[in-house]
Design a protein around this ligand. Structure first.
Ligand SMILES: *Cc1c(COP(=O)(O)O)cnc(C)c1O
Length: 404
């Protein structure tokens, strides 16, 4: 049973006021709020088992190591990876993209091609540009249409034997488009290209099955699934992770070090140099447990209802335009009102306690496509309600009146 009031009571921040009004938090695409179980798990770690991992023989070190590795296994099961050592702890999606893009520098040569989609977050564009600059590889862009959908016939045309890696998000943070990644993965594999999936906006809404998808890499951030900031996961197929060189050198990632030569540790440690965010990694497991206890069926049902309701209510406002009208779409609404700068609306609704994102959402190429400076983005989570949407719609109407 999905009891929204019970769910909301799990999140202490949802009962606070902002600018004298009850908080309406619609910036879930930027980061999600944290339930009490996650907040408590951070304290419990430091109160009871804090120690460095994978080193000491002492009891606390073993307890911390066991908890950290148990979290890795939990996430392995959650995304259905074949092996636990294919699941790397990172500091977030950005770290995962950089790790892979950096590793590909040793595999690419001038004239090879990297395909990136027009719908990407900057963190899934810039590292690939840096890779291309370093290697002389060429960055090609899979275009999108007016609805914010990637054009698959163009994608098919771009693929060739020169394509070495295709990188695309599972779900767009700016528009909410759910991309046809299964199709893209299968198609890219026909040309021997690897496929990197940026799952940052997908994992809050669905449980990815990496073996079924057959993707080569899948990255996401902990803070967008009710977990702590500074945590994330990079899944990579074993064969690829063995092929890529280490990203950072340091403690923990070595087998043997002499001044003449260092040999690297086995997976996953080869990619986990230095003391990691131990508390964060463990607590990310608690966040995954929490999401599963709510249930992804319930999450999707609630969010779809919110998306449909908010779309209908917002479109009733004259002069309001929604960007991103893909058939397959998640609970993100990017919009503007004729003649009004998104920042001005964001500022007024904030005074009324409503948190929405305004700007380019780290996706300037999408804004350029629509020839706009930015949008107002309301992104809903399962703990949001229709009543909150009513509050936002009234506030947007009020802002429109004040500004036009
Ligand atoms: C948030 C986000 C990122 C970056 O995640 P970080 O947690 O900032 O590393 C990358 N891609 C998409 C689609 C995102 O939504």
């Amino acid at each position: 049973m999905f009891d929204i009031q019970k769910i909301r009571a799990d999140f202490p921040i949802l009962s606070r006021q902002v600018n004298g009004k009850p908080l309406v938090y619609f910036d879930n695409g930027a980061t999600t709020q944290k339930p009490q179980v996650v907040i408590d798990a951070i304290a419990t770690y430091y109160q009871e088992i804090n120690a460095n991992i994978h080193r000491g023989v002492h009891t606390l070190s073993q307890l911390a190591t066991d908890a950290y590795e148990a979290s890795r296994t939990k996430i392995q099961n959650h995304i259905n990876a074949q092996f636990a050592h294919e699941v790397l702890f990172t500091s977030g999606t950005t770290h995962g993209v950089n790790l892979v893009a950096n590793g590909f520098a040793s595999l690419l040569k001038a004239g090879d091609e990297v395909l990136v989609s027009a719908l990407e977050h900057h963190s899934n564009i810039v590292p690939w540009q840096m890779l291309c600059e370093k290697t002389g590889a060429v960055l090609k862009v899979i275009p999108m249409n007016e609805k914010g959908e990637l054009v698959m016939t163009e994608f098919d045309q771009l693929l060739s034997d020169k394509t070495k890696i295709v990188t695309v998000n599972h779900i767009s943070n700016a528009l909410g488009t759910i991309n046809p990644i299964k199709y893209m993965i299968d198609k890219a594999h026909q040309f021997g290209a690897a496929v990197f999936i940026d799952g940052a906006q997908a994992v809050p809404h669905l449980k990815p099955n990496v073996q079924e998808l057959d993707c080569d890499f899948y990255a996401f951030s902990g803070h967008k699934i009710c977990g702590p900031t500074g945590t994330g996961i990079l899944y990579g197929k074993e064969a690829w992770l063995n092929k890529l060189p280490p990203y950072q050198g340091g403690g923990e990632m070595i087998k043997e070090v002499t001044f003449e030569k260092t040999t690297y540790a086995e997976l996953p440690h080869k990619f986990e140099a230095g003391t990691p965010n131990i508390a964060g990694g463990i607590v990310l497991g608690a966040a995954v447990d929490y999401m599963n206890s709510v249930g992804f069926d319930n999450i999707q049902k609630q969010e779809l209802e919110l998306l449909n309701y908010a779309t209908e209510q917002l479109l009733a406002i004259e002069g309001l335009k929604i960007y991103g009208t893909a058939e397959a779409k998640t609970s993100v609404i990017s919009f503007n009102i004729d003649g009004i700068h998104p920042y001005d609306i964001g500022t007024i609704v904030d005074k009324l306690g409503i948190a929405v994102r305004t700007g380019h959402h780290c996706a300037q190429p999408i804004m350029n496509f629509f020839e706009i400076p930015g949008t107002i983005r309301a992104s809903f989570a399962f703990y949001n309600t229709k009543e909150e949407i009513d509050v936002m719609v009234e506030a947007v109407k009020k802002a429109k009146m004040m500004l036009s």
